[in-house]
Design a protein around this ligand. Structure first.
Ligand code: ADP
Length: 505
């Protein structure tokens, strides 16, 4: 038991918030959750709240954190687990972070959820139960840090157990649960539930039981004072059978306490005027300089350096959700346009990875495909492309369309979730009014995507002033974290003022 000595002084005003997530930039990232967990706590700290992050001590996370030192021991007796809480700081704001070190549990190199064989680690339910128990111990200050949060902000299924366990405590902080993607639920069979040794009461239709399985995400939804998701449209969509995955009834039941708050983006990391990954900096007033980044990208990827090329970019996980297969399906139609080049970066399902590599092999000089995770290249694709493709079948918020807007790279998106909330379609009317920022299509199928790409190609043949207007209107949009952080802070107050009763009573 140690008192904290390594942490900067907490802001004098504001709430104490423990922010728990299974990944956070710049420590470890597989997707958008990491961007949010890396940025939102900093933005809330900027508003005067004492926010502290907690995440598992993956080796990469420990390596990248600053000022790492042991601050407490934590024994989880029921698992005979002797854990250590490491204190660290993150980023220019010196965000305090706690890393849970549990020997043999999180200290595995590579992806935090998936083994080298591409399958989930079989002990994931145990790993994230242990993590959740550590979050509860921190929230109740059982480790002796002398700091007890007013609210715990938990994220996605990996932390869904936290509000359920807190609800069984005699006293608890308020809780807010954010769903970053309802498709990932942490659902396991009864045998696994029994093996975790969790309180029996949780196995209830009002608790975490879901069709004779245990659902970690259901724990987050049922027991938290407030539930949020990452865009207003996705908040509506998950209340419908199409995107509710059987949880739509529960979400409708909780709709008085369900809100959609758009993610912001970190403009210190994503700013074309200061991005160290770029060949040439530019902003809306020097938009013509963006073309240097197009040339650099072509050189990077071995594409012919044509000044008249129109580059379509894609960066993202290669999973069905993202609609990458739709891009591959319209490839023959795209290739008809001689000046068009396609650049894709991603990793994920083996079949889609193969599809990307085959497309590049079949269309040398026209299609470049990179399989893997490459942060620097993702910035160079954002800057060097003319359009960014996001044909996601569903998209809770999406970050790449926001990066694209800021980089003057016109997004082409399916009208769903956060894409619908952030991109204004280039209809003739919106173009004339100067409100258009991208191309939006209605149906996530090859014809729908093609329809939008075709409209983009058509606009590209018009006088350049039209394209310029569309791109710089996108660049002027403000998706900084400040507005979102204020919205979260408002909900924190409401959650603290009016906690919900335990749904099991
Ligand atoms: P999701 O969380 O569903 O993966 P988001 O659009 O919310 O989708 O966030 C994805 C984030 O991960 C973005 O910052 C994107 O640039 C990044 N990303 C995804 N795949 C890659 C990759 N292969 N290389 C670099 N960055 C990637």
């Amino acid at each position: 038991m140690q008192q904290e000595t390594h942490l900067p002084a907490a802001p004098r005003t504001g709430r104490k918030v423990l922010f728990a997530a299974s990944e956070a930039q710049p420590l470890i990232k597989t997707g958008g959750l990491a961007d949010v967990a890396g940025s939102l706590p900093q933005a809330l700290r900027g508003l005067g709240h004492d926010v502290r992050l907690v995440l598992p001590a993956y080796p990469q996370a420990v390596e990248r954190a600053r000022q790492v030192e042991k601050v407490a021991d934590l024994e989880v007796r029921e698992y005979r687990a002797r854990c250590t809480i490491l204190g660290a700081t993150l980023g220019p704001e010196h965000l305090p972070a706690y890393l849970l070190h549990a020997p043999g549990v999180f200290d595995r190199v590579g992806n935090p959820y998936v083994g080298h064989d591409g399958h989930d680690w079989p002990d994931n339910p145990f790993r994230f139960t242990l993590f959740s128990k550590a979050v509860v111990a921190l929230a109740r200050d059982r480790v002796g840090l002398g700091w007890m949060p007013d609210l715990v902000h938990i994220n996605d299924w990996q932390t869904g157990l936290v509000p359920a366990l807190l609800a069984l405590e005699p006293e608890r902080p308020a809780t807010l649960f954010t769903i970053h993607n309802l498709a990932y639920q942490g659902v396991y069979d009864r045998y696994t539930f029994d093996g975790l040794g969790l309180p029996r009461q949780l196995w209830s239709v009002h608790g975490m039981e879901f069709h004779n399985h245990v659902s970690f995400i259901k724990g987050g939804i049922s027991f938290s004072d407030w539930v949020t998701t990452v865009s207003p449209t996705y908040a509506l969509e998950i209340c419908s059978p199409a995107l509710g995955y059987g949880l739509e009834g529960l979400l409708q039941h909780r709709r008085q306490r369900l809100a959609g708050i758009l993610n912001g983006i970190d403009y210190t990391a994503w700013d074309p005027a200061a991005d160290s990954a770029l060949e040439q900096h530019y902003d809306a007033d020097s938009f013509e300089l963006k073309a240097c980044n197009r040339g650099a990208l072509q050189r990077d990827l071995g594409l012919p350096e044509r000044a008249d090329a129109l580059i379509l970019g894609y960066v993202g996980r290669l999973v069905e959700q993202k609609g990458v297969d739709l891009i591959l399906q319209i490839l023959p139609r795209l290739m008809v346009y001689e000046r068009l080049q396609l650049v894709m970066l991603g990793s994920g399902h083996a079949g889609l990875e193969r599809g990307l590599l085959d497309a590049a092999r079949s269309h040398p000089g026209r299609v470049a495909a990179c399989v893997g995770y490459d942060e620097r290249l993702s910035h160079r694709i954002e800057a060097g492309s003319d359009c960014f493709l996001m044909p996601s079948r569903f998209e809770p918020c999406g970050l790449n369309q926001l990066y694209s807007l800021r980089y003057g790279t016109v997004p082409i998106v399916h009208r769903t979730g956060g894409l619908a909330d952030t991109v204004v379609d280039a209809t003739p009317r919106n173009l004339l009014r100067g409100t258009a920022t991208g191309f939006v299509f209605e149906h996530a199928d090859p014809d729908g995507l093609w329809y939008a790409v075709d409209r983009a190609l058509e606009l590209a043949t018009r006088p350049p002033a039209w394209w310029h207007k569309l791109a710089v209107t996108g660049m002027a949009q403000d998706f900084s974290w400040t507005a979102s952080a204020r919205h979260y802070a408002e909900l924190y107050e409401r959650a603290i003022a009016e906690p919900i009763p335990n749904p099991l009573r």
